[in-house]
Write a protein that binds this ligand. Structure first.
Ligand code: NTF
Length: 828
């Protein structure tokens, strides 16, 4: 095996095709117990994973040893969600082994693409928040920052979606039913955590009061490590996911007293904790099990961190905040604040002030949404039942906060106290997790410029008055390794040829590609690549939906969770407007368009499901209507997930980013699509604003109300009926949806959308933005007719979005929040 020095200055083990072939065959024999003649594709895939892991584990050992030896400060990313997707080709790309593996497999008679399809998506997240965590851990490893991701090893990730007569059906996802080659169980690091029970006040011999929590149940947390391979032989970090089991200790009593059945019931209950990911995106589940999930992974993770710290520091806490920083990915892990206080005060017997000081140096909090239904609140009653001691601690944190901070700045102002209190005093008192997170953290950030502004002005203005320096912004980013290099090999190759191969780790270099925007040869090459990617997607569409789409049409794509604020129904109304114009004017002149959707609706979100149904029904009608003459096609891709995104994004001409201004905190799909040369039709919301700044006003189709205009309209009273009566096209479309035109024999089946837009008051201002949305699309249609103009705009999109690499986001976090040092990895 030959050792090489990478550009990063670290050694990369390069193995050649022959060696890889040997390894794969060896693993077919000794790991899979089969041989070349009878191995299934699944066995081939597993053998190849095992071969890949030989390289991965080398890197992992070297990284862990180096971090230990150098006693590095490390980031601990706490997230209830990691939307990883597949790891096979990602790991190969990051190890620099993709080409060799492809060659090796092909010489062994296997197609690497078939093997890739053997892997289930690791879908341990709902959407943007979980995928962001996955991009961040990729960047952290690539940039050589010591970091560990903590989360839950759900047995079932996000549900699998199919359609039955156009309606969404959910089935459980069982991604690791037959085992997952990427994870390593670490029994030596098992933790036990407590829930339920009661708190006793006791006094020691000196008369000092102590609180003792007598838990009602003990649960075991088993850690599984997933190596996170940095790009080009940098660090291999770890994603540590906890699985819950019944504690042996707790079960023995029941078991020995003859309660075998009861003991197994306890087992089942304990194992329920890591059973399933809550499928709500942007809504708070508010269920007991969800609180237990949060506490379970947070408590296991904190104990893990402290165990590691004590190994080198013993009981001396003085370096803890130098070594440890914890990022809270939204408020989901916020219970770690009272948990660390409990460990320090009750267990380590530290003075409250000193413990609180430590807490406030360790935690930082990222806010990902302003939607009220997503801001977590727990009924005090429930908190008390599950975590009685933590509730007491929260009360004390709150008491001191109100007395020492709020009352000092606003003496005697009870309104301020009511507004700022961590406990909301309603008829059902609630613990406000956002408040707790701000009070307990040294830094709070939003995820795009506008969003961070709104966090300050609309969500926590008083907290800003108390701690102006606490608030900052870190605009989201995406990893260009997965979202360009791996998913769009054709475009990556063209970029390598034209601007060199440094861009995957230095995305600003893409700006060099702008020099070719007017070069007709490069325009042709760029558009030819898009064309091939579209043809590939057409094959996938045909296979999954049996719908034929024409790769020469504009591919107009909206992929994201289904939510009213994301306004898939605005897209639908536009499609209906085009369809109606075609029917009224048989020669209606438009560039043929294929509208592609991918979206899961939370199983309990009725209107979201009605929107899916409506899109499917409208699609059926349009796709079969001869009069349309292929000018319009509508496709709802089933089971949208990371793997499907990787196929859709490279094929997109138009990117739909059409949320009501002020509602989408950032968005990350918007970045991936622009990176792959799609032109955005978007509102001035989230990171769209920053994308517009980067690509320039000529290369994006902005429409709709701005945040300020939305506020003005809301405050003066928005009446959607006005738009319904004033715009005959809107009226005709909404009335059309109520007939049985799209659902023969069943009038009224699609009326939910109209009802929400009229009687429901159209809370997301769909009708207010409709006109300007239609006009933006007309502009796009005009642009597309001029092939060179379009190519230029598309090229400029790819060339201009270097800012949106997650590497830049990570560097922003490092300089504004984490203050980590890079740690080059010693290999031996
Ligand atoms: C999401 N928030 C936001 O809605 C997206 O705009 C953003 O891009 C991602 O976070 C990542 O920052 C959530 O999923 C949640 F849970 F906060 F509602």
């Amino acid at each position: 095996m030959k050792k090489q020095t990478s550009t990063a200055g670290t050694d990369v083990v390069q193995i050649n095709t022959e060696q890889l072939k040997e390894q794969i065959i060896r693993h077919l024999h000794s790991t899979l117990g089969t041989d070349v003649n009878k191995a299934s594709p699944q066995a081939w895939w597993r053998a190849t994973c095992a071969a890949v892991n030989e390289q991965v584990f080398d890197g992992l050992r070297n990284t862990q040893r180096t971090h230990y030896e150098q006693n590095t400060r490390a980031l601990h990313y706490f997230s209830l969600e990691y939307l990883m997707g597949r790891l096979f080709s990602n790991n190969l790309h990051n190890l620099g082994l993709y080409k060799q593996a492809k060659q090796a497999l092909s010489e062994l008679g296997m197609d690497i693409a078939d093997l890739e399809d053997q892997e289930e998506d690791m879908a341990l997240g709902n959407g943007g928040l979980g995928r962001l965590a996955a991009c961040f851990i990729d960047s952290l490893a690539t940039l050589n920052y010591p970091a560990i991701g903590y989360g839950i090893r759900y047995e079932h990730g996000l549900f699998e979606q199919s359609f039955q007569d156009g309606r969404q059906i959910e089935r459980p996802d069982s991604w690791r039913e037959y085992g997952n080659p990427w994870e390593i169980c670490r029994p030596e690091s098992v933790q036990e955590i407590s829930v339920y029970g009661y708190v006793e006040t006791v006094y020691d011999l000196q008369g000092k009061m102590k609180k003792v929590w007598h838990p009602g149940r003990i649960i075991k947390g088993i850690p599984w490590d997933i190596p996170v391979v940095g790009y080009n032989g940098s660090s291999v970090n770890v994603l540590r996911l906890w699985e819950s089991r019944a504690s042996d200790f707790f079960n023995w009593d029941v078991f020995n007293s003859g309660g075998y059945v009861d003991a197994s019931r306890e087992n089942i209950e304990a194992e329920t904790i890591s059973k399933v990911l809550y499928p709500n995106d942007e809504t708070d589940a508010g269920k007991e099990l969800r609180l237990i999930q949060q506490y379970f992974f947070v408590s296991c993770s904190l104990k893990d961190i402290i165990r590691r710290y004590k190994r080198s520091h013993g009981d001396d806490w003085s370096d803890f905040a130098k070594q440890v920083v914890i990022q809270l990915n939204d408020t989901h892990p916020a219970v770690s604040i009272p948990e660390l206080m409990r460990i320090l005060v009750d267990r380590a017997e530290m003075q409250w002030d000193q413990a609180w000081n430590l807490c406030q140096q360790v935690f930082a909090y990222t806010n990902h949404t302003l939607l009220p239904e997503a801001l977590e609140k727990w009924p005090v009653r429930l908190f008390e039942k599950v975590l009685p001691r933590h509730l007491e601690i929260i009360y004390e944190i709150n008491r001191r906060f109100l007395v020492e901070q709020v009352d000092v700045l606003w003496p005697g102002d009870n309104d301020k106290k009511r507004k700022l209190s961590i406990i909301e005093e309603s008829h059902e008192p609630m613990v406000r997790m956002g408040h707790l997170s701000v009070v307990g953290s040294f830094r709070v950030n939003g995820v795009a410029e506008i969003h961070s502004q709104l966090v300050k002005s609309d969500l926590f203005p008083e907290m800003v008055a108390l701690w102006p320096d606490k608030f900052t912004n870190v605009t989201n980013g995406v990893t260009p390794r997965r979202w360009l290099k791996a998913c769009n090999p054709r475009l990556s190759h063209l970029l390598d040829q034209q601007i060199g191969s440094g861009w995957p780790t230095d995305l600003k270099q893409l700006s060099k590609f702008a020099a070719f925007a007017d070069d007709s040869k490069i325009q042709d090459a760029f558009m030819a690549i898009k064309q091939q990617n579209k043809a590939d997607l057409a094959t996938v569409v045909k296979k999954l939906t049996h719908i034929d789409i024409d790769p020469h049409a504009i591919f107009d794509i909206q992929i994201k969770r289904l939510h009213e604020y994301k306004r898939q129904h605005l897209n639908l109304l536009h499609i209906l407007a085009l369809y109606r114009r075609i029917l009224q004017e048989p020669d209606y002149d438009m560039v043929p368009r294929v509208f592609l959707f991918g979206a899961k609706a939370a199983p309990g979100y009725k209107l979201a499901k009605e929107i899916i149904y409506a899109i499917n029904k409208v699609a059926e009608k349009i796709n079969h209507d001869k009069r349309v003459k292929n000018r319009l096609k509508v496709v709802f891709m089933p089971n949208y997930r990371v793997t499907l995104a990787e196929k859709m994004i490279p094929a997109a001409d138009v990117s739909e980013q059409i949320s009501t201004a002020g509602k989408e905190a950032s968005g990350t799909g918007n970045m991936k699509l622009a990176l792959n040369g799609a032109i955005t039709v978007g509102t001035m919301d989230g990171a769209n604003i920053e994308i517009a700044e980067e690509v320039g006003a000529d290369n994006i189709a902005i429409f709709g109300l701005t945040v300020d205009e939305v506020k003005t309209l809301d405050s003066k009273g928005y009446n959607s009926m006005d738009y319904y009566y004033a715009n005959p096209e809107i009226k005709a479309i909404l009335d059309w949806l109520e007939t049985d035109y799209f659902t023969p024999g069943k009038p009224g089946e699609l009326s939910a959308i109209k009802r929400s837009l009229l009687e429901g008051g159209d809370p997301y201002l769909v009708l207010a933005d409709f006109d300007s949305y239609v006009k933006a699309h007309q502009k796009v249609d005009g642009w597309y007719r001029d092939k060179a103009l379009w190519a230029k705009k598309a090229i400029l999109n790819t060339a201009s979005v270097g800012k949106f690499t997650s590497d830049r986001s990570i560097e922003d976090y490092v300089s504004r929040v984490w203050h980590l040092k890079k740690c080059g990895i010693n290999r031996n």
